[in-house]
Design a protein around this ligand. Structure first.
Ligand SMILES: O=P(O)(O)OC[C@H]1O[C@](O)(COP(=O)(O)O)[C@@H](O)[C@@H]1O
Ligand SMILES: [Mg+2]
Ligand SMILES: [Mg+2]
Length: 287
């Protein structure tokens, strides 16, 4: 299928995957701060603002895209017809630009106007700017991994599933701000000699390790931030949709993240994703 495919979902995925190489190149020279705050009150990087504008221009002009929304802008951009509604985290982990560590781009394609619950997602995915640029994409209940080079998308694995034996774990938020129940759960995970810590400060880098090796990633509720840090529309829902399509589970601590009803476009949500057994144990621990 090409980027001019009449299927708007395919067209959005093709446009994001073609743009990824450009976004990666455009990071050079844009590693500074932008002197602006995003709607979550975080200082934006120059690259956050630039990548958001690039994706806004391209995605909102696709036939069938009714809305473009992003972590980096307060208001939704209305597109033409209304078939799908796109929510994007243009650069996930952009604070890693300073140290030149992993970052990503996250997208969710919803069949309901935003803000929408994750159960309205028809496709989701992420680009990972690692040593090479890769994409993981979930659609119709299956996950496909690609390598991206110069605008080309090459399948490297179809029907991707989480490995059965979990290997990696990564938990965000300052440890003194974790709730006691969560801290005890982490101790239990750490005490398993099969498990290894992996935390890189970019959700997509850490979640992609969970997809590759099995395990758990969480950015939990904190004592000073009851809804954690990550945003439901742009981060929590897309990774929950993809990890569930890969046979894993997601939870806000009580239920699948995909069941959380949004109240506001920029709502935050406690995020826990990974192998089914680890998420079930987490929900039991937080009960
Ligand atoms: O610096 P902390 O508290 O570990 O937070 C890291 C988390 O924040 C994020 O960077 C937030 O994403 P953005 O960079 O898109 O705001 C996640 O990627 C990551 O998991
Ligand atoms: Mg992010
Ligand atoms: Mg971001």
């Amino acid at each position: 299928m090409s980027a001019t495919d009449p299927d708007p979902v395919e067209n959005v995925v093709a446009t994001i995957s073609r743009s990824a190489t450009e976004i990666r190149q455009g990071l050079v020279g844009r590693r500074g701060k932008a002197d602006e705050e995003n709607p979550s009150g975080e200082t934006q990087a120059e690259a956050d603002v630039w990548a958001d504008q690039l994706l806004a221009d391209r995605l909102s002009s696709i036939d069938g895209v009714g809305q473009y929304a992003s972590e980096e802008r307060s208001e939704i951009i209305d597109g033409g017809d209304e078939k799908v509604y796109v929510a994007v985290d243009p650069l996930d982990g952009s604070s890693n630009l300073k140290s030149n560590n992993t970052m990503g781009t996250v997208f969710g394609i919803y069949e309901e106007p935003l803000p929408a619950p994750g159960s309205a997602l028809v496709a989701s995915g992420w680009i990972l700017y690692g040593p090479i640029t890769t994409m993981a994409c979930a659609r119709d209940g299956t996950v496909t991994k690609y390598e991206l080079t110069g605008g080309e998308r090459t399948v490297v694995e179809r029907d991707v599933t989480l490995p059965d034996d979990p290997l990696v774990y990564g938990f965000g938020g300052r440890v003194p701000h974790w709730h006691d129940e969560f801290r005890e759960y982490v101790r239990e995970i750490e005490s398993n000699p099969e498990h290894k810590l992996r935390y890189g400060g970019a959700m997509i880098g850490d979640v992609n390790q969970v997809l590759t090796y099995g395990g758990i990633f969480a950015y939990p509720a904190l004592e000073d931030s009851p809804r954690g840090k990550l945003r439901l529309q742009f981060e929590g829902n897309p990774i929950a949709h993809l990890i569930e399509a890969a046979g894993g589970r997601s939870s806000d601590g009580i239920q699948s993240i995909l069941e959380v009803e949004p109240e506001d476009l920029h709502d935050r949500v406690p995020v826990h994703v990974g192998n089914v057994d680890l998420i079930e144990r987490l929900e039991n621990a937080l009960e």
